[in-house]
Design a protein around this ligand. Structure first.
Ligand SMILES: Nc1ncnc2c1ncn2[C@@H]1O[C@H](COP(=O)(O)OP(=O)(O)OP(=O)(O)O)[C@@H](O)[C@H]1O
Length: 263
């Protein structure tokens, strides 16, 4: 892991005009090239706003202050090419009337300049990489024919079709049951390691993230509360807010992932 992929300097986002409350409030954060960084926080803490700001997907009228610098890219980011996104509900990222093959191939065609035939070959390879059985047959299927977990695998394949350097997963496992959640986390972890991608794993679930990321950044009320390696944030949280997030997961009896990193 070396170098900084993206630097946020005093980044603030306010949605509605006249709204005094910033959804993101003067955030300073470096995202290191090749790291797996979890963005953790309660509902409304600003996690998705951060993802949207990075992705250039903020709604019209949102006011952005501060800076986003991209030393790891050397040019302004091209959404879909330099980043891939995986959202909570694959229904929002998959088009119901396109075949699985078409939607994955589209990213490769558009951003890598491949012809349809080449892009289809890449799509089939990607379905194999996300461990979907019978990729050839699946190319002709439609999203509604798949389970939620399978749809999320397809959404991941589509997100990495253009070989992005950064993968942003925004609550990508939150709608899935725990077994499928663990499979998707394992898949994401494997893919980012194999391709040397940087991963931003956005979740309210500190225990889930702690099992595999390198660093955690904790958000509360739009502010960056603290950031650091998983072990130090979990074993020596600097704020009461982080302690409460950790404690709430202990109460919910999800010890295995936390136990892995605590002494
Ligand atoms: N499109 C929008 N217009 C106005 N306010 C918004 C919009 N999206 C989010 N907000 C507000 O911005 C703040 C941060 O929201 P955000 O969605 O970033 O939080 P979050 O941590 O991702 O929460 P969740 O886990 O519930 O998605 C909240 O107060 C929210 O109500």
């Amino acid at each position: 892991m070396s170098g900084i992929f993206c630097s946020l300097r005093q980044l603030s986002v306010t949605y509605a005009r006249g709204n005094a409350v910033a959804a993101l409030d003067r955030v300073d954060l470096d995202i290191k090239a090749g790291e797996r960084l979890a963005i953790i926080g309660e509902s409304g803490s600003g996690k998705s706003t951060l993802a949207r700001a990075l992705a250039g997907l903020l709604p019209d009228g949102a006011k952005v202050d501060g800076e986003m610098l991209w030393p790891g890219l050397g040019h302004p980011p091209r959404p879909g090419r330099d980043f891939g996104f995986v959202f909570q509900d694959p229904g929002t990222s998959l088009n119901p009337v396109l075949t699985i093959g078409e939607q994955i191939a589209e990213g490769a065609r558009r951003h890598l300049g491949l012809g349809w035939k080449q892009a289809s070959i890449r799509a089939e390879e990607l379905l194999d990489r996300v461990r979907m059985p019978q990729p050839g047959k699946l190319m002709r299927a439609f999203p509604h024919q798949l389970s939620g977990g399978q749809r999320q695998r397809v959404a991941i394949a589509a997100a990495i079709a253009a070989r992005p350097q950064l993968l942003i997963a925004d609550e990508a496992t939150s709608a899935l049951d725990v077994v499928v959640q663990a499979e998707i986390v394992r898949l994401l972890d494997g893919l980012v390691r194999e391709d040397g991608m940087t991963l931003l794993f956005i979740t309210h679930d500190i225990a889930l993230a702690s099992g595999f990321v390198d660093r955690i950044a904790v958000f509360g009320n739009g502010r960056l509360v603290e950031a650091g390696p998983v072990r130090s944030v979990l074993s020596a949280p600097k704020s009461d807010y982080t302690s409460a997030l950790i404690a709430s997961h202990r109460d919910l009896a999800t010890p295995p992932l936390i136990a892995e990193v605590l002494p």
